[in-house]
Design a protein around this ligand. Structure first.
Ligand code: HEM
Length: 115
């Protein structure tokens, strides 16, 4: 599975597609788009874990924080859509999702692994 760890492009592709599906589902709720998004959560996790196990010895603490932030981003995205579906307020979780997303992206690019 070298293609997962030779560059971060596959990982980046998975979360960019997830972000697009998230924004689409947010504007126009649809079970199909939401299911597609959940599939991409799995792809983000697989590609993220592959990078993590390859590079985490470079800086175990920061790689651990990167993984946590990535998982929290996914959790908040999912909570935002579920709360919207149930008709509950979702402004707080949505704001949280974007803040943690931005932190995840900044930390991701700051990590020393690979381009
Ligand atoms: C929505 C969630 C996520 C976003 C937005 C995200 C974003 C990013 C970004 C921007 C990079 C930098 C790519 C580069 O340097 O070329 C990156 C790399 C990485 N991500 Fe994620 N990620 C997410 C989820 C995850 C998860 C869940 C994990 C772990 C299970 C993870 C582990 C990693 C690792 C280990 C790297 C390599 C860092 C390096 O270049 O040394 N990510 N991610």
């Amino acid at each position: 599975m070298d293609f997962l760890t030779q560059s971060t492009h596959v990982h980046i592709t998975t979360w960019v597609i997830a972000l697009i599906l998230f924004l689409v589902a947010l504007r126009k709720p649809s079970t199909g788009v939401h299911m597609g998004l959940r599939l991409f959560y799995v792809f983000i996790l697989i590609t993220g874990f592959a990078l993590f196990t390859t590079f985490d010895s470079l800086s175990p603490m920061w790689y651990g924080i990167k993984m946590l932030l990535g998982i929290i981003t996914i959790g908040l995205m999912e909570m935002t859509l579920v709360r919207k579906k149930k008709g509950k307020s979702n402004g707080g979780v949505l704001a949280g999702a974007f803040i943690v997303l931005i932190l995840t992206v900044i930390l991701g690019f700051a990590l020393p692994g690979i381009i």
